[in-house]
Design a protein around this ligand. Structure first.
Ligand code: KIV
Ligand code: ZN
Length: 516
């Protein structure tokens, strides 16, 4: 592919995506998502903001170690200490990029930075030069470019390109632009910045008005050759442009777009599920590409048309974005080998035989309760039983709940906390409430319940319920997941999973720090 024809896909699920309130991820979860993005052949993975906290630094470092086929990027404000921290976190990356930014809109420079435009240019230049100590793959973003003055943008971009920035990223930080306007901005910048040919023009659009994907695509039609986006459109406030929508639009409308994406789109749905499972942000059924109904035809006329010729109502093939046609995969009699093989086909890997054995025992338990096991069940099982099981300090041993018409539900619970068994019994307004109260009698976590949601993983009354519980303690927010055919047990598992994350998580500031 000619370089001008290639559209670079820069995924920022692990950085901007994590800035969605409640979407924080552990280091191991970030590595799993990064590996999934790498399998998808995403060009650049923004793994985090290393200066934000020791946890963020370690996550970027772990992703840099684990990923070899995609470039791994770390975010840094335009200050020496941020850039040094990013450089250090990325030291072991096979291919590293430092992304540095400073605000350029009048309102941000005056009210937030309290800096004169000349000082902003000076600081941007210093940052780009400093980043050059660590890598020659440097990206610069004028934050709030969507509300910045065009003459000033041209000046700062020319300066940073001269100083060594290879990518200049134009963010619509507050999601204020309209598609025709944003496209025009990109075209004008490319025309007016004298050394524009020495850098790739990138865009980063927020979705406050629901226009992030449209703005991104308009920018691509006007010369941008990198799109910054996230899986499921996760991100600060209303989110970022959804990777799956940008990628599939460009792939599907090759009659319009003068560029191509090198991504393996069949990895989109598995990656979307993984991100949704880990963050606890469900995907709405009618969400384009990755929603459960995206390829479902309800009306008779549509069904008839699709049966006669798929193209009558479908512009993409479900399997091209990773929806699997062959859904029943395993059952009660499937052995370890079949289990391991199917998980491998789903790109689920284990770090040790112990992890595989644990997951297999959970699978056997599930197969006893549920005759047909679908891919979705396996994915939930692995998210749930996880991969981080050895780090769990609190484990569910048993739960018995009595719920009867006219009676107050009661839960009797046994937990293993740091190896020793503890029992509690509690009543509640419902069985889930009673179970959570019993857990709290033992744990006294002091955490507040922010969100409780149940989704069925597959259809049918024997389906597993997948529960997400969001807990908040002193500003630290975690999501816990649990899946089981019994939704009260799934709920208890999710609550305990969240508590384990709260315990494990080192103090972690919100990634969006104050400004320089
Ligand atoms: O939205 C934004 O401006 C950002 C920058 C750091 C690129 O996320
Ligand atoms: Zn952003």
């Amino acid at each position: 592919m000619n370089i001008e024809d290639k559209l670079i896909i820069f995924d920022t699920t692990l950085r901007d995506g994590e800035q969605s309130p409640g979407a924080s991820m552990t280091r191991d979860e970030k590595v799993r998502i990064a590996k999934s993005l790498e399998r998808m052949r995403v060009d650049v993975i923004e793994a985090g903001f290393p200066i934000a906290s020791p946890g963020d630094f370690e996550s970027v470092q772990a992703v840099a170690r684990a990923v070899t086929d995609s470039t791994v990027c770390g975010l840094a404000r335009a200050v020496d200490r941020d850039i040094d921290r990013a450089g250090e976190a990325l030291r072991e990356a096979a291919s590293a990029r430092i992304h540095t930014f400073i605000a350029t809109s009048p309102i941000h420079m005056e009210m937030k930075l309290r800096m004169q435009p000349e000082q902003v240019i000076e600081q941007a230049l210093r940052a780009v030069k400093r980043a050059g100590r660590y890598t020659d793959n440097i990206e610069f973003s004028p934050e709030d470019a969507g509300r910045s003055e065009i003459d000033f943008l041209c000046r700062i971009l020319e300066a940073v390109i001269d100083a060594g920035a290879r990518t200049v990223n134009i963010p619509d930080t507050v999601g204020y632009n309209l598609p025709h306007q944003f496209g025009e901005l990109i075209r004008t910048l490319i025309e007016r910045v004298p050394n524009a040919d020495k850098a790739v023009f990138s865009i980063h659009c927020h979705n406050d008005l629901g226009l992030a994907v449209s703005n991104s695509l308009s920018a691509v039609l006007n010369g941008a050759r990198q799109v910054e986006c996230t899986i499921n459109g996760l991100g600060e406030r209303a989110g970022n442009a959804a990777l799956e929508e940008v990628v599939m639009t460009v792939k599907t409308r090759q009659d319009i777009f003068p560029c191509q994406v090198g991504l393996d789109s069949t990895q989109i749905v598995p990656c979307s599920r993984l991100v949704s499972g880990i963050t606890g942000f469900p995907v709405q059924p009618n969400k384009a590409i990755v929603g459960a109904n995206a390829f479902a035809h309800e009306s008779g006329i549509h069904q008839d048309g699709v049966l006669k010729s798929r193209e009558t109502y479908e512009i993409m093939r479900a399997q091209d974005v990773g929806w699997s046609a062959n859904r029943i995969v395993l059952g009660k009699h499937s052995g370890r080998n079949a289990f391991r093989t199917r998980l491998k086909e789903l790109n689920i890997e284990f770090n040790s035989e112990e992890e595989l054995n644990y997951a297999f025992s959970q699978f056997k338990e599930l197969a006893d309760k549920k005759h047909e096991i679908f891919d979705e069940d396996l994915q939930a099982l692995v998210t749930d039983t996880g991969i981080e099981a050895e780090n769990e300090r609190v484990k569910l041993v048993s739960l018995r709940v009595c719920s009867e018409t006219g009676e107050t539900p009661n839960a009797q619970l046994t937990l293993r906390v740091d190896g020793s068994e503890q029992h509690a019994s509690a009543s509640g307004s419902g069985p889930v409430d009673a179970a959570f109260k019993a857990i709290e009698l033992i744990m006294s976590s002091g955490a507040g319940l922010q969100l409780y949601s149940v989704n069925n993983i597959t259809s049918g009354t024997d389906a597993q319920g997948e529960v997400t519980v969001r807990l908040d303690k002193a500003g630290r927010i975690v999501n816990g997941q649990g899946a089981d055919t019994d939704i009260v047990i799934a709920s208890a598992k999710a609550y305990i999973n969240a508590l384990n994350k709260l315990i494990l998580k080192s103090e972690k500031a919100h990634p969006q720090l104050g400004d320089v």
